[in-house]
Design a binder for this molecule. Structure first.
Ligand code: C5J
Length: 220
């Protein structure tokens, strides 16, 4: 067992039961010209965490611990995209429309790929998720259960949308969840800060939060 200093109190990490989950580090959300950019967001905020996410992935690879990568992705025929999701708001581009990097949030399109520097290696789990949360319509809970995983370390984007939704889904399924605060980001700094406070409030009602340096030091 490894004691990781965290908020609201130390996280007891069991290397035999833990996996890293990297949420939606895909070009659509992070690169200029992608879906996030067309929605008017400052994608530079998200680009800034890429080296930290890469270092976190490297830590898990060096310790031969399992890694899950997710992409928010829909089938080309949009059969897994509810109209209520596709028609929301008044964006310049909608899910399935042709954008600068291919069809927006469609599996297999260039913009839907994970950034090359964070790309999954053979043997790592890559999940296309049609929802914000990583368990809806993915079979991921069954995969993790088969591997005996009960603890999840979270990174990725965006903190208050797909990361927090996935943490909440995981919490309800009995996983202990640790968010690496400098390996996650939002287009809105106040939403990231708020999401983190919601996670650790009330004795860690959703989970624990710590910086990468604390996790790295705990592994030494
Ligand atoms: C969003 C995500 N923000 N990955 N997706 O729509 O958080």
């Amino acid at each position: 067992m490894i004691a990781v200093p965290a908020r609201p109190y130390d996280f007891t990490l069991d290397p035999s039961k833990v996996a890293l989950v990297v949420i939606d580090m895909q070009r659509d959300f992070i690169e200029p010209g992608g879906f996030g950019d067309t929605l008017g967001n400052d994608v530079a905020r998200l680009t800034a965490i890429v080296p930290t996410v890469a270092a976190l992935i490297d830590l898990f690879r060096r310790h031969k611990l399992p890694i899950v990568h997710t992409r928010e992705a829909h089938k080309p025929d949009l059969s897994d995209c509810p109209p209520a999701k596709r028609l929301r708001g008044k964006p310049g581009l909608r899910i399935g429309d042709e954008g600068a990097m291919g069809r927006i949030l469609i599996a297999g399109e260039p913009g839907n790929q994970i950034l090359p520097e964070l790309a999954p290696l053979p043997g790592e789990i890559a999940v296309d998720k049609p929802g914000k949360g990583m368990f809806w319509a993915t079979g991921l809970h069954e995969t993790l259960t088969e591997k005996g995983i009960t603890q999840l370390v979270f990174a990725g984007v965006t903190t208050e949308v797909c990361v927090q939704t996935s943490m909440r889904e995981a919490n309800d399924r009995g996983y202990e969840c640790l968010l690496i605060e400098d390996a996650t980001e939002s287009y809105f700094p106040q939403f990231k800060a708020g999401a983190i406070e919601m996670i650790v409030a009330q004795g860690g009602i959703v989970g624990w939060v710590t910086p990468l340096s604390a996790l790295e030091a705990a592994f030494e």
